[in-house]
Design a protein around this ligand. Sequence first.
Ligand SMILES: Cc1ncc(COP(=O)(O)O)c(C=O)c1O
Length: 453
Amino acid sequence: MSEPVKYLLPESDLPTHWVNLLPDLPGTPAPPLHPGTQKPLGPDDLSLIFPIGLIEQEVSAEPEIEIPEEVREVYRLWRPTPLHRARRLERELDTPAHIYYKYEGVSPAGSHKPNTAVAQAYFNKREGVRKLATETGAGQWGSALALACRLFELDCEVFMVGVSYDQKPYRRAMMESWGATVHRSPSDLTEAGRAQAQHSTGSLGIAISEAVETAAASGDTNYSLGSVLNHVLLHQTVVGQETLKQLELAGEYPDVVVGCVGGGSNFAGIAYPLIRRRLREGGATRFVAAEPAACPTLTRGVYRYDFGDTAGLTPLIPMYTLGHDFVPPPVHAGGLRYHGDAPSLCGLVKEGVVEARAIAQTAAFGAAVRFAQAEGILPAPEPAHALRVVFDEAGAAREAGEERVILLNLCGHGHFDMAAYDAYHAGELEDLEFSDRDMQAALERLPEAPALA
Ligand SMILES: Cc1ncc(COP(=O)(O)O)c(C=O)c1O
């Protein structure tokens, strides 16, 4: 019989619980702080823009949290997602490594983002919220929330980062097809947007400020975030749990797990269930986070308390940051243009459990095109960064003459990113420089806050 290239699970194998890594994290994680009092944030501080169900998850010390049946019912539209063995890519790279990729691009919105969008829409609906406001970088998150809001009959208002709005008109049309209202950010609808009008390409930090301001100003509107927060990463752990079952079918366990990082959610989704196993039982599995060289938060940022948004409306978050008002260059991986990262992931990088690598966008697209030519799937620009790391790991396995097992979260397809592929094929894609000077200037504007150990 021919060797399998896909490992598929029946719907009955859909996880029943999300994995909460917080109780297993090494050391004592620093709490988020209220920006005014600088005291650890309490549930009341969050209730203006989040439902209680999600706030409870945000601070939960339970190692597992049950997934409501209503959420699992929607997950069944596309989950469990396939795990592929990239046999053709292995031959193309002439590597003894076994390369596996979990493909999240089969969701209706085209990425991993609906895993949390559906859960967030459900908990907001349950508590009588009428509308959700959010930002979107690549358009993937906005699409996911537009879809989830439609399925749970909520209104949805999306602030889309200017550069993505211009590059990806069909992402906007997709969100509108699911009934969402989409604004180019910075917009003139909010104070935060008007104050940033000079940064016309926009940034995730600016768009977050606009969405938070919109939610805070209206009694029946909540805010919804597609990454960074504990509950968002939690919802993504269906990815890693399914992968563990699928790897069992394949009779393998990864030596290295790779994911791209914008705020940390797809990386956490695939890695946290495996990191928990490593923290509890030991083992030599490595975990590598791939970020853009133009927005190198984990590799170049400082470990400090900072705001999650540009205007300083959010709590102070302990994380690696480039400065909350640092505006990253307009790389095509819009979902990776964020000045900070999830606190839990930053803590794991600080503790040396997770390694980080910065990848230039031409190298990422080079890997993506080679991958597409071997495996057929056209990756989104974000996971293209992780693919570049996979290629390097496959090369290292060849040099060492070892059959290493490499696992990738291929967290989205690039069907709405063809302008970027076009630029790459025309030789016009540039490696936009990260400006150390701009970062230093932004770091000077970090808020006063206690130092982190
Ligand atoms: C396809 C895709 N991958 C990755 C990301 C980065 O986010 P995160 O680090 O939360 O997975 C995004 C964000 O929009 C995205 O759309």
